[in-house]
Design a protein around this ligand. Structure first.
Ligand SMILES: [Fe+2]
Ligand SMILES: [Fe+2]
Length: 309
């Protein structure tokens, strides 16, 4: 009798936009935040609803993945109280050891002191190599089971009506070094960022500005898959390069009622199994279904990934 295959399961959710900025003080709502607040009042609060996120959290906890990654946009307009509210939600979801977060553009809506904003989530963004109590520096690398999770920050403030992201040359240099160190590690390399990495798949005013530079780097230092959010839609695309292609997965918002783009609350589940040549990864979408506490499951891909280098 052969032993059952050991499965490492991780979940990916994104864009929960879980906070309630209604308690914002008048002086906090200057500039871009004023527009963001109006957008939340008019539109976004009807789409991003706590009961949908609670249903997803409950389904996720029943599935008990070994790890969960969250690719940003936990807040709406980056108020200090939103970061605290999001931290409470993260802590209710699980321990920092089992949850990894990268920020989205809404989590860097305007420039904010680190200790009143992303620093409040640092336990969920700390690289394995970081000393306890130190800040987060992207890319962060966290090794869990057979997987190296590599998190990037594409979050930076952008002008009103823009939602662009940027990695920047320094972060790309550090990514080059981090991927070089993982090259013969025998780990499945999963890259995570908020913005879609494939040039041309997002509107110009919402794009990752240096997506071409990221793709050039990945040609030299490949990863095995990329996960992103930001579009609030499911997506399975590829980064195509000489001799190989990297699968890329995007997902709808975790809290969506489905009023705007017809994609209600959803997350993806990845089951990773080692094989003789590398890994088999089954990718399933789990989506909200009306009248049921259980999310509907749909297989969306089976990947056979060779351990090439
Ligand atoms: Fe978002
Ligand atoms: Fe976004």
């Amino acid at each position: 009798m052969t032993a059952p295959e050991a499965v490492f399961r991780f979940a990916h959710l994104s864009d929960p936009h879980l906070t309630d900025p209604s308690g914002a003080r008048f002086r906090e709502l200057a500039g871009k935040r004023a527009l963001g607040y109006l957008s939340w009042r008019r539109r976004r609060r009807h789409e991003h609803r706590r009961e949908f996120l609670d249903a997803l959290s409950s389904d996720l906890q029943n599935r008990a993945p070994d790890h969960t990654v969250i690719t940003g946009d936990l807040t709406h307009i980056s108020l200090p109280q939103e970061f605290l509210e999001a931290r409470e939600w993260l802590r209710s979801l699980g321990t920092a050891e089992r949850i990894t977060v990268v920020p989205g553009n809404h989590d860097c809506y305007v420039r904010m002191p680190w200790d009143q904003s992303l620093g409040l989530w640092s336990e969920f963004m700390r690289a394995d190599s970081a000393e306890a109590g130190t800040g987060s520096l992207f890319p962060l690398v966290r090794i869990r089971g057979p997987v190296a999770f590599i998190g990037l920050s594409s979050a930076e403030p952008s002008p009103p009506l823009f939602a662009t992201g940027r990695l920047g040359d320094e972060q790309l240099d550090r990514l080059d070094q981090a991927l070089a160190a993982l090259e013969h590690s025998g780990l499945l390399r999963v890259l995570m960022l908020h913005h879609p990495p494939v040039p041309g798949t997002e509107r110009w005013r919402k794009r990752l500005v240096d997506a071409p530079e990221l793709c050039s780097l990945l040609e030299k230092r490949p990863v095995d898959m990329v996960l992103h959010g930001h579009r609030h839609r499911p997506g399975h695309t590829l980064i195509k390069m000489t001799g190989r292609q990297i699968p890329v997965f995007g997902i709808p918002s975790a809290s969506a009622a489905g009023l705007h783009c017809k994609h209600a609350s959803e997350y993806n589940e990845y089951d990773v199994v080692r094989t003789e040549r590398g890994w088999r990864v089954d990718v399933r979408a789990r989506s909200w279904q009306e009248g049921s506490p259980i999310y509907r499951e749909e297989q969306i891909a089976r990947l056979e990934i060779g351990r090439s280098r």
